[in-house]
Design a protein around this ligand. Structure first.
Ligand SMILES: *Cc1c(COP(=O)(O)O)cnc(C)c1O
Length: 359
């Protein structure tokens, strides 16, 4: 019997995997490439970690991370049934697609955006409709009708947008959700860094709009990317199939639940790191502009800055890397002449600027 060429399903064979940003082992690297929070997590997280006994791990954890759900619900003024804890925000994205899109269905995204969305679409064997952002990096007014035209069952939007950092308003998002016939995932991975002065808050919309699924994560705002904990916010009826059918029964572990609870409880600490990132973002953006690298107006913890051209962007990326400063370069349409730079601590950002000055 001839061996099959491959044991993979056909759509898995023909797709490419997600390529994560570089995670160097050298501790001296200034890491401004994967949008981690430059400040450590709350000291309450370290205390919660120290308090964990191996005996605590003998039994299964709360299947629904109930303690965390209650805390997150109180924070957002919702009920625990509106909160779905997941193993990182990325698990929520995967659950959304396996729960709401049949094989062969169309999934819609704006382009450019988070490159995991097309990968998940490929895994589920769905087809992708990409709707390009306009010249000024906003959504076209026809976004929802374009999705409906393509018969999309599910759409992913990221707000603040990645990789531009730009913020869409609540009215625009709710108008899209009202018109769109499928489920609208609003990926708020970076929402913690939004200036409170904008008044942005999409959470209350889930009370009226049953097709909005909001993604939140502890990875960025709470400095816990290594923990793998995120959560969905949505109408009870929207979350229920993911809560009771499609997720793993113990999708978040005991340690992650305990630490995520400690982190979300210490709002004062987290908010202080967000404020510092915002102040640093404004400063770094103006320093980069002074050096001929203007950035789009970001409400996130990163800046998308414009080099002179593609060669300049590539040369800057390489030069910084040789000096052990990592930023992100995307070899993608509209992004080849740009660098995405995570806002670091004042000292890290100064190192970046000094290096750029020596280029
Ligand atoms: C970081 C990120 C997420 C979620 O990441 P997790 O670490 O899995 O929580 C989701 N969407 C975008 C755009 C992100 O940058």
């Amino acid at each position: 019997m001839a061996a099959p060429v491959s044991y993979e399903r056909q759509n898995i064979q023909s797709m490419a995997g997600y390529v994560p940003g570089e995670q160097p082992t050298d501790p001296d690297v200034v890491k401004l490439n994967t949008n981690e929070n430059p400040y450590p997590a709350s000291p309450a997280v370290a205390r919660a970690l120290a308090a964990i006994d191996v005996e605590d791990l003998r039994r299964y954890p709360s299947p629904s991370a109930q303690g965390f759900r209650i805390q997150a619900a109180a924070l957002h003024g919702l009920s625990p049934a509106n909160i779905l804890p997941t193993n990182g925000g990325d698990e929520l994205l995967r659950l959304a697609i396996t729960t709401f899109a049949n094989r062969g269905d169309t999934v819609g995204i704006a382009e450019p955006s988070y490159s995991l969305y097309p990968v998940l679409t490929g895994i589920q064997d769905c087809s992708l409709v990409t709707i390009p952002l306009t010249a000024d990096w906003t959504l076209p007014a026809s976004f929802a009708s374009d999705l409906n035209q393509a018969n999309a069952r599910l759409a992913f939007l990221v707000n603040p947008h990645a990789p531009t950092g730009m913020l869409m308003g609540v009215e625009q998002l709710t108008a899209i959700a009202r018109e769109f016939r499928g489920v609208l995932v609003v990926d708020e991975a970076y929402v913690d860094f939004v200036d409170p002065g904008t008044g942005y808050d999409l959470v209350p919309a889930v009370r009226e709009l049953e097709n909005i699924l909001i993604l939140r994560t502890m990875s960025k705002g709470y400095s816990l990317a290594g923990l793998r904990f995120g959560y969905g916010i949505g109408a009870e009826r929207l979350l229920a199939p993911m809560m009771f059918k499609t997720r793993d029964s113990y999708n978040t572990d005991y340690v992650a639940q305990a630490l995520a609870r400690a982190a979300i409880e210490d709002q004062a600490y987290a908010r202080d790191t967000w404020r510092r990132v915002r102040e640093q973002r404004a400063w770094l953006s103006s320093e980069l502009a002074d050096r001929g690298l203007p950035c789009l107006p970001s409400q996130s913890n990163f800046l998308l800055c414009q080099a002179r051209d593609t060669d300049h962007a590539r040369a800057l990326y390489q030069f910084l890397k040789e000096h052990r400063i990592l930023v992100r370069y995307f070899d993608l349409d509209r992004l080849r002449d740009k660098l995405r730079i995570t806002v670091g601590t004042p000292a890290q950002d100064q190192q970046l600027l000094d290096c750029l000055d020596s280029f």
